[in-house]
Design a protein around this ligand. Structure first.
Ligand SMILES: [Zn+2]
Length: 108
């Protein structure tokens, strides 16, 4: 595995981490906004910021390029899709997302 592949995989993992951040932060963010500042406008602003961040992170994940084959990492057919964002390997060439954790690469 080359250093470019390692850096590319790290970048993909970071983008997926942002998706999880936005998914897991929705309820705490809305709860905080609702119980600290009792205003529907603030609630709406928090939800709007959350939605923009969530959609942006999904879009970044959809367009991730595989550092080995150059194809879309989470797409099985070459066009961007959000259905495989939780996949642990490249859907084009099978490069594992956590390749440095594989002890026996010949068995992959
Ligand atoms: Zn690939």
């Amino acid at each position: 595995m080359t250093t470019e592949e390692t850096a590319g995989l790290r970048q993909i993992r970071r983008k997926r981490g942002w998706i999880w951040f936005w998914v897991l932060s929705y309820i705490p963010a809305v709860w905080l906004a609702r119980h600290t500042i009792h205003s529907n406008i603030v609630d709406a602003i928090v939800v709007l910021i959350w939605a923009v961040g969530f959609i942006r992170s999904i879009a970044h994940g959809m367009f991730c390029r595989c550092p080995r084959c150059g194809g879309l990492f989470f797409s099985t057919h070459g066009s961007p899709t959000m259905w495989n964002l939780l996949a642990n390997k490249c859907m084009q060439c099978g490069l594992p997302l956590k390749a440095e954790r594989i002890i026996y690469p010949s068995l992959e």
